[in-house]
Design a protein around this ligand. Sequence first.
Ligand code: CAP
Ligand code: MG
Length: 433
Amino acid sequence: MGFEWYREFLAPGYEPKDDEMLVIFRAKPAEGMSIEDVAGRIASESSVGTWTTLSTLKPHVRKLMAKAYVVREDGLIKVAYPLELFELGSIPQLFSSVLGNIFGMRAIKRLKVLDIRFPEQYVKSFPGPQHGIRGVRDILKVYDRPILATVPKPKVGLTSEEYGEVAYEILVGGMDLVKDDENLTSQSFNKFENRVKAVMKAIDKAEKETGERKGWLANITAPVDEMIRRLKLVADAGNKFVMVDILCAGWAAVQKVREVAEEYGLAIHAHRAFHAAFTRLPDHGVSMYLIAKIARLAGVDHIHIGTNVGKMEADLRELKATQNVITKEEYVPPPDDPTKEPQKWFGLKPVLPTASGGLHPGVLPQLLDFMGTDILIQVGGGVTGHPDGVIAGGRAVRQAIEAWKQGIPLDEYAKTHKELARALEKWGYVRPE
Ligand code: CAP
Ligand code: MG
């Protein structure tokens, strides 16, 4: 009993339309299956089909069938979908369609979704970032360098009061933002309400002493209603940022937070914890590149995308493509990259790329050479682990960035800047792992 019905979804040579959703896959067939068998199953299962022919398949439903228009022996598959298959404005339904069942089909041994080209009508059904890069810079009045954040390490465990003290030192030492760690929400030792008070007190004191604007990436990750309650607490306290572990909270929650953040003018920092469960393997899962694009639709203002020098795994070509696709108005992939389609954003604001993970002053020049300065840099252990304390840690980061801006080697600059010298003594130029 063959399943030739799937072949009705193959459309080699089909020219997709501008208003169609285009999805790019890399697939590996199971034993005994051809790449055509796999392409037909992907297009069927993610659009209107199932495993067998149907007596109920009406002519008007046939028009909604997806078309596999590129099917290559190397596993690259491109499928065009009529936009009517998707609910405008709903990220959960996008996942249920082209990021759902197909990963589990027996005929498909491995499957990675590499990119989705979103057509104009779909892009415009989302709010995109409220502030964008310029807006975030306007909040902090920081224009001539990367925006800087530090997590008060240890990741969790400090009491709210201890946390507030470290937050003050981080900010007075020169960082713009204090950032909650991804697993710090509202534990018994650091209840959210208490942290609001402690951090806002630290911000107030640091702003007065430095004359600089300061802020807090407040991790509101929790069940949705509680996230909204915490968001309002943060806004009422006068802070302009919230942070969400977007993949742990889920896209419906992210869209709800974006909706309410609009009313309070809050910028959203997206942490991507959990992404590596499905982005890391080259042949199975979903690309971080696509996750970042979806986050731009959803409307986060910053998102972690990895670094070329940190403790986390990163493919440099993918990292640069991801940085470009979330910051440019139109991203056109290099001609030798068949895994991506050109993407226009139709006015959706850019998202601030966040570099984090194992960073310290000694690696910042290489980071800035690769990613430039229109980024947010989070330096956690690299500040709170400075041999002379947290304030010195912040100063060392600012010194390393100033040295890079002036084209002065860190060793040279360290001769007249002791905090940087002490950071280099402890960590040198090591890339943590
Ligand atoms: C970094 C960090 C961030 C990672 C996330 C951590 O701390 O706070 O969560 O950067 O990875 O918990 O490890 P350090 P990514 O600065 O002390 O390393 O940015 O790749 O999503
Ligand atoms: Mg963290």
